[in-house]
Write a new protein. Structure first.
Length: 440
């Protein structure tokens, strides 16, 4: 006879994070780091909690579709704790073959017992046991063939629906991408979004070479390899709390996506440049720009959020960078302080983030279709205002992590039409062509 245990810390942390994301609009990455550090969860348990959080967020639409087959109540009517305990349990049943079904179900029941009482625990137990029995015979829309196969009226609608459920993306976004990219490209994009994103860091070349950083990380037990995309980039293969590493505390690197590193190389400021990073938090690009300038010159790191601007200062101090000045202001107000002053202005604009859903799957469920146009209007206002800070002969770089043309080409073309004094430069002169259009 085995002794049944209460909910494990990894599952408790995962539930708390998922509830915070859904009920309080928390950012999954920040909420997860905070929960794991607060509960002092490390090693395999930390990796398991991360797998549960990101797995549920990636596959939420499919999980909810399956759960709805085994209960009479609409899943949206459930308490967030119950709903996410069910998702955690079902995710293990469907995607984690190394977890015994009995343990997956029991642990979700225990999660609900923590605050939910016996009635809710019984409900979770019944639904998950019904799902376990019914899963072998259940066919998810799109399973067993290309999502959208078949003819007749409403084929496009059926196609959108099946792809949305099977690959777990909001239907409005799937419909938009099919119009923009076509069905097959949208399918590939959704598939890639559902694979774990690699962790990348950038060597602080003011303190260490990439080769020496890789060696030092190896001495700390971290397996990593050089990025094939950017000269300062390192891909980390060992899941662990980065912030606890001595090399991190010494400011030898910063966590940053490889695509984000490319942006600073497009700006490419020389030492003694005057650079404005118009929406700089948390400071990845600002610190990179400072490194490219050998910490000589002036980097203005502006942001509208005080708590996020604090992250820029913390990262700058940790990395030993002195040329960064933080400025608390709306990017649209920058000309008041720096009109015609900067040799380079970078606008990494607030956006829908549809290009980073692989790394931030919670964004899928946070975005609404009307936000695309709202963000495009904001982006147009920011680029117009920030352009007034560019000195004659200076460089203005506009970037987003969105795939939507309204936030990218449309913003730039609209800006050029109303600002004829600016000329569009060929980015291929600064980056290899394969990095200019990541998708499609």
């Amino acid at each position: 006879m085995t002794r049944e245990m209460g909910a494990t810390p990894a599952r408790v942390a995962a539930l708390e994070v998922l509830v915070a994301v859904e009920a309080r609009d928390a950012y999954a990455g920040l909420a997860l780091d905070a929960a794991l550090d607060t509960m002092d969860i490390a090693g395999r348990d930390r990796a398991f909690a991360t797998e549960l959080v990101y797995g549920v967020l990636r596959w939420r639409e499919r999980l909810d579709w399956v759960l709805s087959r085994f209960m009479k109540r609409p899943i949206g009517s459930l308490d967030p704790r119950v709903r996410n305990a069910l998702r955690i349990g079902l995710y293990q049943l469907m995607f984690l073959g190394n977890i015994p079904a009995r343990a997956a179900i029991h642990q979700s029941v225990e999660l609900v017992k923590l605050r939910g009482g016996k009635g809710r625990a019984g409900f979770v137990n019944a639904v998950l046991r019904a799902a376990l029995r019914g899963l072998p015979a259940l066919r998810v829309p799109g399973e067993g063939g290309t999502p959208g196969e078949g003819g007749g009226p409403g084929k496009r609608e059926t196609q959108d629906y099946r792809l949305s459920v099977y690959l777990s993306h909001p239907r409005w976004l799937v419909e938009r991408w099919i119009r923009q990219f076509g069905f097959e490209a949208t399918k590939r994009l959704c598939e890639i979004n559902n694979t774990p994103a690699p962790l990348s860091i950038r060597a602080n070349t003011l303190k260490v070479t990439r080769e020496d950083l890789i060696r030092l990380l190896g001495e700390e037990g971290v397996s990593c390899s050089p990025s094939p995309i950017v000269p300062e980039g390192v891909r980390v293969e060992t899941p662990l709390p980065i912030s606890r590493l001595e090399s991190f505390r010494q400011g030898l690197f910063i966590v940053q996506d490889e695509a984000a590193m490319l942006v600073s190389h497009v700006v490419s400021p020389a030492p003694d440049s005057f650079v404005i990073d118009a929406a700089s938090a948390p400071g990845g690009k600002a610190t990179h720009l400072a490194s490219l300038m050998h910490d000589k010159g002036r980097v203005i790191a502006a942001d509208i959020h005080p708590h996020r601007l604090r992250l820029v200062r913390e990262n700058s101090e940790r990395m030993g960078i002195t040329c960064i000045e933080t400025v608390l202001c709306d990017a649209r107000e920058l000309p008041v302080h720096f009109k015609n002053a900067a040799s380079h202005v970078l606008i990494d604009a607030p956006c829908s983030a549809t290009g980073v859903l692989r790394r931030r799957p919670d964004v899928k469920w946070r975005r609404r279709p009307e936000q695309i146009e709202e963000l495009a209007r904001l982006q147009s206002e920011i680029i117009s205002a920030a352009s007034e800070c560019v000195a004659p002969g200076g460089i203005l770089v506009y970037s987003t992590c969105s795939l939507e043309h309204e936030e990218n080409e449309d913003v730039v073309l609209g800006f050029l039409e109303s600002h004829p004094q600016f000329t569009l430069l060929n980015a291929r002169e600064r980056l290899p062509a394969e990095f200019l259009s990541a998708f499609p």
